[in-house]
Design a protein around this ligand. Structure first.
Ligand SMILES: C[S@@+](CC[C@H](N)C(=O)[O-])C[C@H]1O[C@@H](n2cnc3c(N)ncnc32)[C@H](O)[C@@H]1O
Length: 231
């Protein structure tokens, strides 16, 4: 289902180009999910490790073409080997799935340890200033996607709760015949200054924060905060 609703996009182009700046890089794809970008990085000549806590996602990743070139690990940032990577990435808003401040701080420190000196970290988060969750309602999000076997599934998203820092929401899936499934998630939203400071506090130097997938500056772009930092 995830692969059908989340095909290759401009975010993948951005991260692939960024990793390609280090030819033959040892890459950590943290929160690799079903491995869309992970296998593409390996195909581009990088030495790639994909880590994710979800066994179901890893199972989908392992059967992708070229998956045998990737080292797959079920776990989180603390499962990564130390001083082993030139580049670490978190794509698909993985950083925001790490909900508490303690967990986020721990993840950043573990990534710092996993990188070699001068190794690069790149990840993205929705900018809370973009109020992206205001568009997460059935009216604005309802669409149809086709599974590989041709089954057409109607999907939509709705917000189910908010706190100062988190937004909870449900993805709904309606199959032909009426069966429905629901997937509940929460994302942590931090302001740009707070996000920057957390990265600096973990020992990184910030290279840049882009606002969109074409490198747009403050006040424009796709409502994203794309952070590129160095150990
Ligand atoms: C929206 S998916 C993104 C997957 C993939 N990076 C992509 O771009 O398609 C978010 C992923 O974050 C993973 N995740 C959730 N909590 C995590 C954690 N603490 N550490 C690492 N990954 C986590 C989930 O299992 C899920 O695969």
């Amino acid at each position: 289902m995830y692969d059908a609703e989340a095909p290759w996009g401009r975010d993948d182009d951005y991260f692939l180009a960024l990793v390609n700046e280090t030819p033959g890089a040892r890459v950590l794809d943290l929160g690799c999910g079903t491995g869309r970008l992970t296998v593409a990085l390996a195909a581009a000549g990088h030495i790639v490790t994909g880590i994710d806590p979800s066994e179901a996602s890893l199972a989908a990743a392992r059967v992708k073409r070229g998956a045998e070139r990737v080292t797959w690990i079920r776990g989180t940032a603390s499962s990564a080997p130390e001083r082993a990577f030139d580049v670490a990435i978190m794509t698909g808003h993985v950083s925001q799935f790490i909900l508490t401040e303690d967990e986020w701080t721990g993840a950043l420190r573990a990534i710092w340890r996993a990188l070699v000196p001068s190794g690069r970290l790149a990840f993205h988060a929705y900018d809370p200033e973009s109020h992206v969750w205001e568009r997460w309602n059935p009216h604005a999000t309802r669409r149809e996607v086709a599974l590989r076997d041709g089954t057409r599934v109607s999907i939509w998203t709705e917000v189910t709760g908010r706190t100062d820092e988190t937004v909870s929401f449900s993805h709904h899936y309606q199959f032909p015949g009426g069966e429905t499934l629901r997937s509940d998630s929460s994302l942590r939203f931090w302001s740009e200054p707070r996000l920057r400071q957390s990265v600096i506090d973990a020992g990184f130097t910030i290279e840049r924060v882009d606002r969109g997938w074409k490198g747009e500056p403050v006040g424009s772009g796709d409502g994203e905060l794309i952070v590129v930092a160095r150990r």
